[in-house]
Ligand binder design. Structure first.
Ligand code: ADP
Ligand code: GLC
Length: 469
């Protein structure tokens, strides 16, 4: 079977968050003697595209409203990704040094139209098209309703919701950007008076999935306005837990690490990384190191960090290290906090892939007090590297972390996102660290947990097989 993934992000080409990690791994695990899984994404102006060469596969023109735009489909030369990669080159819209901006409606519509124009020319059409998040949410509608794509309307479509907070809304005044369709069907793209690509995808895709089972259930109660729709469409909705790419995220082989390690050498290996982090960020290696890696946005609970950290650091018996960027006010407060807690706290405001790997391999605990977490990959990376996750039990975090007080538990969980509950969770971490026998036992236990994509990739293949085009 031939599967085509359409996505705005794909690791290592362009990454903003976990979407890239998923699209850069899942196809690799789906490829087999029987199945071919491919990815198409925009051609951005970034480090990866500068350092690699590409061949032209196809060249044509697309119509975005009244405007005609030239585009090319490129493929990656000397591809070692483990799946075929195609890129849509539209210089004036997509070839930018960023992934998202405020003209995304035009940019991602043009991307989807170019993709479908190209697929129309394929002799052997894909057996399934999987669209990821709202940037590709109008594809199922266009396949089903746009006159131009009538030849594709037997191809089953899957829509994967990585994050339902962002839905890609735009006004009906711009409906002319979408290739011509029978206007009596305009209700399919509407939700609450705007064009809503995520709602359109939930209505038109053959199947809809979230990236964890719990998130699917939570969305039926709270989905930024889409609850009713998800309940209505629940028969075609399912939650499939993400996996992790165990080639990239493997402490035994990770090329970003200073010293690789296995379960047998975990203590020595992790000490090297922790020492490097403590030297680099002026922290005390003897104290338990609590870290956070991620986007500084409300969903991750990051607005509470300044107060949480200030309180948690009062007794000076722990260290905290943060890697992230996002909300400017939070960034400033986190920067300022450094002055008062020299030696116990530090933060790198920005994005740094290498540093993230070193933190997973050197911190003792990883904090994830998320308000919303569709899946969360960080906790799975932490587990694999032997860092104990401290999480709020929600979405994918609820599906992957069991509290130490429960049978076979290995993490620290809290129910609510409040300053006091996060501080309490950190103090439970400190207690655990002081019991080194238990701490080390749990560390070995978590490194053995298998979150590789094998099982979930098969679940997707079974889902595709249940659809007959
Ligand atoms: P989300 O997609 O909501 O941001 P995930 O947990 O699914 O959350 O994935 C986040 C991914 O982005 C992980 O690979 C994490 O290591 C990475 N990441 C997030 N922020 C940073 C940062 N500032 N520097 C390096 N990597 C980061
Ligand atoms: C989104 C979610 C995150 C998930 C990722 C990959 O960005 O916020 O929880 O892990 O997508 O599916």
């Amino acid at each position: 079977m031939k599967i085509l993934h359409i996505s705005a992000e794909c690791y290592p080409i362009a990454k903003v968050g976990g979407l890239a990690d998923v699209v850069g791994a899942l196809p690799k695990y789906q490829n087999s003697k029987k199945d071919v899984s491919q990815v198409i994404m925009p051609f951005y102006d970034n480090k990866f595209t500068k350092e690699h060469t590409f061949s032209e596969e196809f060249k044509s023109t697309l119509k975005l409203g009244e405007i005609e735009i030239d585009f090319r489909i490129l493929s990656l030369n000397n591809n070692v990704l483990g799946f075929d990669l195609f890129l849509v080159d539209i210089p004036e819209l997509l070839f930018k040094d960023y992934v998202y901006s405020n003209d995304d409606t035009e940019r991602f519509l043009a991307f989807q139209i170019a993709t479908l124009n190209w697929v129309l020319t394929w002799e052997k059409k894909p057996n399934v098209i999987q669209c990821h998040d709202h940037h590709t949410g109008l594809t199922p509608f266009m396949i089903q309703e746009s006159l131009k794509y009538a030849k594709l309307n037997k191809i089953p479509t899957i829509f994967t919701i990585h994050n339902a907070q962002y839905q890609g809304w735009f006004s009906h005044e711009r409906v002319g950007l979408i290739p011509e369709f029978d206007f009596s069907k305009v209700g399919l793209i509407d939700w609450g008076g705007s064009i809503n690509p995520m709602a359109a995808a939930i209505k038109c895709a053959w199947r809809v999935n979230t990236v964890s089972p719990s998130y699917m259930e939570e969305l039926k109660k709270s989905a930024n306005g889409l609850e009713w729709l998800l309940n209505e469409e629940s028969a075609k909705c399912v939650g499939i837990l993400n996996g992790i790419d165990t080639d990239v995220w493997n402490p035994e082989k990770d090329t970003y690490l200073i010293k690789n390690y296995s379960i047998k050498t975990v203590q020595a290996g992790r000490n090297v990384q922790k020492k490097w982090l403590c030297d680099e960020f002026n922290l005390d290696i003897e104290k338990p190191l609590f870290a956070f890696i991620g986007r500084l946005v409300g969903e991750k609970g990051s607005d509470l960090f300044p107060e949480v950290f200030r309180n948690a650091l009062i007794n000076k018996d722990i260290s905290i290290l943060l890697l992230g960027s996002g909300n400017k006010e939070v960034e400033e407060q986190l920067e300022k906090l450094k002055e008062d807690h020299v030696g116990n706290y530090n933060a790198y405001i920005g994005y740094d892939e290498k540093l993230s790997h070193l933190i997973y391999a050197g911190a003792d605990f990883l904090l994830m007090p998320s308000r919303v977490e569709p899946c969360g990959l960080n906790q799975m990376y932490a587990l694999r590297y032997g860092t104990i996750p401290i999480v709020r039990s929600i979405g994918g975090l609820k599906d992957t972390v069991i509290d130490i007080e429960e049978e076979n538990g290995f993490g620290i969980c809290h129910e609510n996102v409040t300053v006091s509950e996060i501080i309490h969770a950190i103090s439970r971490g400190l207690d655990l660290f002081q019991n080194q026998t238990k701490f080390k036992k749990i560390r070995e236990q978590i490194m053995n947990i298998d979150h590789s994509w094998d099982a979930s990739a098969k679940e997707y293949i079974n889902l595709y097989k249940s659809l007959k085009g």
